[in-house]
Design a binder for this molecule. Structure first.
Ligand code: DGL
Length: 281
C-alpha cells in the first residue's frame, strides 16, 4: 500500500487529489487526530510522533509513506530519512533503503517559481513550518531571487479540525492573517497554502482577497502538485511502483475515536468512510 500520514484531517486534501490522479493503487491513511495539532509542538515531539506513525505504516504493509503534513515534513522527514529509515525497512545491495518516505515541501517549492510574476511569494503555514524556514530554504535553492514572506496562522488548523471553516470565526481569522502577510509584503502575488488543512479554507481566503481588491493574488494549494510529483516518482522508481498493490482501495486509521473521524472525513471525502482506531507508541 501507499501510506499517507497527517496529524489529523488535513492530509485528506492531499489523499483526495492523489486518488484522483492515481486511482489504481491501494492506500492506507493515518490521521493522528488524538495528538493534533503538530504545528505548535517542538521539533523533538513532532519527530517522535511522526516516527511512530511511519513505523506503524511500514509495519502494516506500506511500501511507500507520504508525509502529507507540512509540519511533519519540515520537522521530521530529514531525520527519519537519514537516521531511522534503513534500520526500519532494510537496505538494498546499492545501499538505498528498501522502502521510502517522502515529504511534500520540496515538490511544492519547485512549483512556486512558475507561478509568481512579481517574484514575491507568501507562505501561509503553521508556526512550526514557519520556524523551520523549510519553505524559504527550498524555494531559494531553486529560485534565489524570489522574495519569500511567511505568515504563521495558528488558528486555522483548530478551525478546520473543529469543522468551523465556514463560520464567522473563520472569516475573522482568515482576514487577520492575510492582512498581516500583505502588510509585510504588498507586492506578493502568490500565496502558498503551506499546510494541508488550509484548502478547506480556500473559498474563504479567495473571498477575502476579492473583497479586499487583491485580485492579482493567486493561491497555490498542494494537492495537485503532490499527486503529480508522486506520479512522476513512481514512473522513475519502477521497483517501488511494482511492489505497490493495484487494487484501488483506501483504508483509514485514526488515533482518535472512530465515529468522530468518520463523520468529518465522510463529509470531506464525499464518500462513506470506515475507519479503525489505532494506538501509536
Ligand atoms: N496539516 C499539517 C500541516 O500541513 C499540520 C497541522 C497541525 O497539526 O498543526 O502542517
Amino acid at each position: 500500500m501507499i501510506g499517507v500520514f497527517d496529524s489529523g484531517f488535513g492530509g485528506l486534501t492531499i489523499l483526495k487529489e492523489i486518488r484522483r490522479v492515481l486511482p489504481e493503487y491501494d492506500y492506507l491513511y493515518l490521521g493522528d487526530n488524538a495528538r493534533t495539532p503538530y504545528g505548535t509542538r517542538s521539533f523533538e515531539v513532532v519527530y517522535e510522533y511522526t516516527l511512530q506513525a511511519v513505523k506503524y505504516l511500514f509495519g502494516h504493509g506500506c511500501e511507500l509513506v507520504i508525509l502529507a503534513c507540512n509540519t511533519a515534513s519540515a520537522k521530521a522527514l530529514r531525520s527519519i530519512q537519514q537516521r531511522d529509515l534503513c534500520d526500519m525497512v532494510g537496505v538494498l545491495p546499492n545501499g538505498m533503503p528498501k522502502r521510502r518516505v517522502l515529504g511534500i515541501i520540496r515538490p511544492t517549492a519547485e512549483a512556486v517559481g512558475a507561478m509568481t510574476k512579481t517574484g514575491h511569494v507568501g507562505v501561509l503555514a503553521t508556526q512550526g513550518t514557519v520556524d523551520s524556514e523549510s519553505y524559504p530554504i527550498e524555494i531559494h535553492k531553486l529560485n534565489p531571487e524570489i522574495v519569500v514572506t511567511q505568515q504563521a496562522c495558528p488558528m486555522w488548523v483548530p478551525l478546520v479540525e473543529n469543522c468551523e471553516y465556514d463560520s464567522a470565526g473563520a472569516d475573522y481569522f482568515v482576514k487577520k492573517y492575510i492582512a498581516e502577510l500583505m502588510h509585510k509584503d504588498p507586492q506578493t502575488d502568490t500565496l502558498l497554502l503551506g499546510c494541508t488543512h488550509y484548502p478547506l479554507l480556500q473559498r474563504k481566503i479567495e473571498e477575502v482577497l476579492r473583497q479586499s481588491g487583491m485580485t492579482q493574488v493567486r493561491l497555490l494549494s498542494q494537492g495537485q502538485i503532490v499527486s503529480e510529483s508522486l506520479r512522476d516518482y513512481l514512473q522513475r522508481h519502477r521497483d517501488i511502483e511494482k511492489a505497490c498493490q493495484h487494487g484501488g482501495t483506501c483504508r483509514y486509521l485514526t488515533t482518535e475515536a472512530e465515529q468522530k473521524f468518520a463523520q468529518s472525513a465522510t463529509i470531506f471525502m464525499g464518500e462513506a468512510i470506515e475507519v479503525t482506531h489505532v494506538e501509536l507508541t
